[in-house]
Design a protein. Structure first.
Length: 276
């Protein structure tokens, strides 16, 4: 069954638009009443299960989509959920008030009492320390392709792994594209397939770092301000090194040839570990 035909069978009274941007198929549905919702058709049952578990655990948290309906049609697992809007922080002209709202949404997720079980165990300080060193060691073999000196990895090892506080419900991939914005300025954080229990610093550092790269330091500061917790730049720097290392390693393991486009990741890691 073609996906358009599948959408028609699930929502026969709606018009729809394909808004997919990743592995799953995603459609925005428009009812005759003017109401909109989002239909997500998953590329596997495990993807649907992970996202559904996260959305159910975080039910009622402001800025998290609400499940409206779900099902399995001809072997295709799907969820229909509330629509977060047509803009996101990456496509919207810089608006610091909305960026602060995004920070508040993330803080609400971290303060939720819900338990996310998408991984067998929570990600804690010991996990982070072990994975950080493992990532640096694996990155060493791709150093020439990436084009940086081994001294930078030595500096990263000396600086040490980022400190992780107690695991909380976490998104783990809160990049600017994941924060949707309605015309009224409401913010929704989407794509919860990789959510789990993890240190809140993981989310805060990744989101603020990516916002700084995209919209500037003021936007990053506004996000942290909206988040509302005292998270110092010094505390976030080792996390930026960790994120940059993971991004470089993932690209190096999946791609052949030189990786010149990752130069910004190298600079970010060097800055984070004080490597001149």
């Amino acid at each position: 069954m073609e996906y358009e035909e599948l959408v028609r069978s699930i929502a026969p009274d709606a018009t729809f638009k394909d808004i997919s941007s990743g592995g799953n198929k995603v459609f925005r549905l428009l009812q005759e009443s003017g109401d909109t919702s989002v239909l997500k058709i998953y590329m596997g049952v495990s993807r649907e299960r992970r996202e559904r578990h996260a959305l159910e655990a975080l039910g009622g948290v402001v800025g998290v989509p609400t499940i409206l309906d779900r099902g399995n049609t001809d072997g295709h697992h799907w969820i229909r959920m509330t629509d977060g809007g047509t803009w996101d922080l990456a496509s919207l002209p810089r608006n610091l008030d909305i960026v602060r709202s995004a920070g508040r949404v993330l803080r609400g997720v971290h303060e939720s009492p819900g338990k996310l079980t998408n991984l067998a165990n929570s990600i804690d300080d010991d996990n982070i320390a072990a994975h950080y060193m493992s990532t640096l060691n694996r990155l060493e073999r791709y150093r020439r392709r990436l084009g940086f000196a081994s001294d930078m990895l030595d500096a990263a090892r000396t600086t040490g792994a980022p400190h992780a506080s107690s695991p909380r419900p976490a998104h783990t991939r809160p990049t600017p594209e994941q924060f949707l914005v309605t015309e009224g300025g409401q913010v929704t954080l989407i794509d919860w397939e990789w959510a789990t229990m993890a240190p809140p610093e993981w989310d805060v550092s990744l989101a603020s770092w990516q916002l700084a790269n995209l919209l500037g330091d003021q936007a990053a500061a506004a996000f942290v301000e909206g988040y509302g917790a005292a998270v110092s730049a010094a505390r976030l720097r080792p996390w930026i090194a960790y994120h940059a290392a993971m991004i470089m390693l993932d690209a190096a393991e999946k791609r052949d040839g030189r990786l010149h486009d990752l130069a910004p990741m190298i600079r970010a890691m060097a800055d984070a570990v004080g490597y001149a």
